[in-house]
Write a new protein. Structure first.
Length: 92
């Protein structure tokens, strides 16, 4: 990876971020696949849908990367079998 070629703190941090992102994408794939096998509107399916929304939101905007004050952000994604909408409100 990058840290093996470039010997710097930034290269190491970037490599770790790439690995963490890959892990989240694999987990997202696993959760969506598992969700498709469950009965519609079951409590487990709803729980997995919430988890899916959290994973997608974390992939789009990592919580520790932004300093947000006084804003509201809404993400909405439509898939063939479900729709995810997440609204985050922050105030200063």
């Amino acid at each position: 990876m990058l840290a093996t070629i470039l010997k710097s703190q930034m290269a190491t941090e970037t490599t770790l971020t790439i690995i963490e992102t890959f892990t989240k994408v694999r987990e997202l794939d696993h959760v969506i696949t598992q969700m498709q096998t469950l009965p519609e509107n079951s409590p487990k399916q709803k729980s997995l849908m919430e988890h899916t929304g959290d994973l997608i939101a974390d992939l789009i905007v990592p919580e520790d990367e932004l300093e947000v004050t006084g804003t509201e952000t809404t993400y909405e994604m439509n898939f063939a079998i479900f729709k995810i909408k997440r609204t985050m409100k922050y105030s200063s």
